[in-house]
Write a protein that binds this ligand. Structure first.
Ligand code: GLY
Ligand code: MN
Ligand code: MN
Length: 443
């Protein structure tokens, strides 16, 4: 059984007997004229199908009594003329055998088939309000079924949110997913190492971005998983900087946040390094603080511990360092706890320490245990994948030591929760001060 068929079996088991689930892939987007944006399939659809062609819909019918469950794909038909222009398409028959569906139909049959499939089904599982055109189509199917009521046909009486079932599944990665994530992280880590080796004062940020993109593609990654951030000097204090068009200067740090998508799985890695290959003393002091915070956060990744421990561990180290280095006034705050109570640290560390990672860079799944009173942070479970990304961002101010002005540092790794703790996937990217300086000197 392919991992996709195994995944399809799980929502089907959780559905009401005889219920029908409908899941469409992402629509294509026209850029202008007859040029399209690069096509990217929907992650939920891919998770259950493995099928990457546009204009596809997956239907799952849950077993009922002696009637077994069924998986049905609707996809583009074979079309020799279109394939001359746009390339290969499977067509229903080849897709059915290659991807292990029980049935496959041309997508032009969708409306007619759905009116049959939904007749007498007790419930519909669907992701409403994701795609207005599809919502209207679903309404049309239900109307068509209701129109048969005189002959005793019933329309689904209940609807359920399909994605809620899939979000929980996607949160814990199976073996094939873990292998793809490891590959995405290895390629991306190598790309960070390459950018470090290429860096010279005076280069433009986009030249470093080009090194990353080159390394992604030459290892078969399909695309960046998100818009790369290459932020030198003060730009590193802009959290979502993406212009990447500034010339670097001797003495700058460069913060690079970039990861590739490999076979639909994202990496998300950040490294910060001196463009001239040597950390200055103030840069090194803050860098090693962020690194210690990251080590503390990684050590908190243990099955059974709440997700929020990861952030709390990083923040404790960062706040102690802010007091030690005079970013926060110890005479004013006294203790770490007082800083936390006043949230004074958020001036220099204003984001969370990570997020789920997978098919999407900010992957699906709740961060809280929604079934428990007060919805506490959820316990970590082996197979979850997350980023660990503490940072520090120092904007100038009269009460801020000048030696730290404009320093922005983030260190981000990709991790899978293992039985014994964090398994770091992204260690191909040099991270300690000596390793970064050695890698850049070696260049
Ligand atoms: N690159 C996006 C993030 O770090 O969350
Ligand atoms: Mn990132
Ligand atoms: Mn991230």
């Amino acid at each position: 059984m392919t991992p996709f068929a195994a995944r399809r079996a799980r929502p089907v088991e959780a559905m009401e007997p005889g219920a029908v689930a409908v899941l469409a892939t992402a629509p294509g987007t026209v850029r202008n004229g007859d040029a399209d944006y690069p096509y990217r399939h929907d992650s939920y659809f891919y998770y259950l199908s493995g099928f990457t062609e546009p204009e596809s819909v997956l239907v799952l019918v849950a077993a009922q009594g002696s009637t077994p469950a069924r998986s049905i794909l609707f996809c583009r038909p074979k079309d020799v003329e279109r394939e001359i222009w746009d390339g290969f398409r499977h067509g229903p028959e080849a897709a059915r055998t290659a991807f292990g569906f029980d049935e496959a139909w041309p997508v032009s049959e969708l409306d007619a088939q759905m009116a049959c499939l939904l007749a007498n089904a007790p419930a519909l599982y669907y992701a409403i309000a994701q795609n207005a055109a599809l919502d209207a189509q679903v309404a049309g199917w239900l109307k068509a079924v209701r129109a048969q009521s005189r002959s005793g046909v019933t329309a689904p009486g209940r609807s359920h949110h399909l994605l809620a079932l899939l979000d929980e599944m996607r949160l814990v990665k199976d073996e094939s997913e873990q292998a793809l994530m490891a590959r995405a992280a290895a390629i991306s880590g190598g790309a960070h190492a390459r950018a470090m080796r290429a860096a010279r004062p005076g280069m433009f940020e986009y030249e470093l971005e080009a090194e990353l993109l080159h390394e992604f593609r030459r290892h078969g990654a399909q695309a960046p998983a998100y818009t790369p951030i290459v932020a030198s000097g003060a730009n590193a204090c802009i959290l979502h900087y993406s212009a990447n068009n500034t010339q670097t200067r001797d003495g700058d740090l460069v913060l690079i946040d970039a990861g590739c998508e490999f076979d639909s799985y994202a990496a998300d890695i950040t490294r910060t390094f001196p463009v001239n290959g040597r950390f200055s003393e103030p840069q090194k002091r803050l860098y090693e603080l962020v690194l210690r915070a990251q080590e503390a956060a990684l050590a908190a990744i243990v099955p059974g511990r709440p997700y929020s421990d990861v952030h709390d561990a990083a923040v404790n180290v960062l706040v102690e360092g802010m007091l030690e280095h005079g970013l926060l006034d110890r005479a004013k705050y006294g203790s770490v706890d007082n800083v936390l109570a006043e949230r004074a640290h958020t001036r220099f560390y204003m984001h969370g320490t990570g997020h789920w990672l997978g098919l999407d860079v900010h992957d699906t799944g709740s961060y809280r245990d929604l079934a428990r009173e007060g919805k506490p942070s959820r316990p970590l479970v082996p197979g979850m994948a997350l980023t660990v990304e503490p940072g520090i961002y120092v904007r100038p101010g009269p009460d801020v030591p000048e030696q730290f002005w404009h320093i922005g540092i983030r260190i981000e790794d990709d991790v899978i929760v293992g039985d014994a703790g964090a398994r770091v996937l992204s260690d191909a990217a040099p991270k300690t001060v000596p390793d970064i300086e050695a890698a850049m000197k070696g260049a």
